[in-house]
Ligand binder design. Structure first.
Ligand code: MTE
Ligand code: MO
Length: 201
């Protein structure tokens, strides 16, 4: 049986007018697990989120401090560069807007680099994460993230290919110049817009 099937939702338009299913993508019902290397295990008591670089106030949060920040939810679709898309995900977590309030990015900050436990990194333009649906997510469809999907916390940038959404996040660095992360150094696109098929290069 195929993971993929015809679904009328793939023909829908987004509020921004773009087709809901980006070019070259197929819809899946499951949720494939993709990452490089092994799953890092972190004790919540030791877990830290470090927010640093070009900000007025560098901040390191414990898990309790993170959970005490205002929480938000979002509903969106995710798109993996290996061509699967998963529609109608419900996420809960903290929006990047809250993080910006906390640390106050300096005007010269133009990009962020996400750092994960285990060493993974990925780069995203700051402009790209302004919207409310971009967040640090701990809950998916009402359940805490499973270990393989990034427990306890992942970043979520659903308008870019999913490699830009770092699982097991431990740091957010604000930088002025774009800097390739893990897959970007291996030839993945610096930006990664699924509607422009910015897969590689
Ligand atoms: N820390 C970390 N985050 C990561 C990766 C990784 O290797 N390590 N892989 C990325 C890639 S290539 C994809 S497609 C998505 C997959 O997320 P999922 O396993 O929850 O579907 O995670 C992204 N985030
Ligand atoms: Mo990926």
């Amino acid at each position: 049986m195929s993971l993929f099937r015809a679904d009328p939702r793939t023909q829908e338009a987004r509020p921004d007018g773009r087709k809901r299913l980006p070019p070259g993508q197929r819809l899946t019902d499951g949720w494939p697990v993709l990452h490089y290397g092994s799953i890092p295990r972190v004790d919540l008591a030791e877990w830290r989120l470090q927010i640093f670089g070009l900000v007025e106030r560098e901040v390191t949060l414990t898990w309790d401090e993170f959970k005490a920040l205002p929480q938000t939810s979002s509903h969106n679709d995710i798109h993996c560069v290996t061509t699967w898309s998963k529609f109608d995900n419900d996420w809960e977590g903290v929006s990047f807007q809250e993080i910006f309030k906390l640390v106050q990015p300096k005007p010269e900050a133009k990009y962020v680099v996400f750092h994960s436990y285990g060493g993974y990194t990925t780069n995203v333009p700051l402009d790209e994460i302004q919207d409310e649906q971009n967040m640090l997510a701990h809950t998916h469809n009402g359940e805490p993230l499973t270990l393989e999907h990034g427990w306890p916390l992942r970043s979520l940038v659903p308008n870019l290919y999913l490699w830009k959404s770092a699982k097991w996040i431990r740091g957010i660095e604000f930088v002025s110049q774009d800097r390739p992360g893990f897959w970007e150094m291996y030839g993945y696109h610096m930006h990664g817009d699924p509607w422009k098929e910015e897969r590689y290069g």
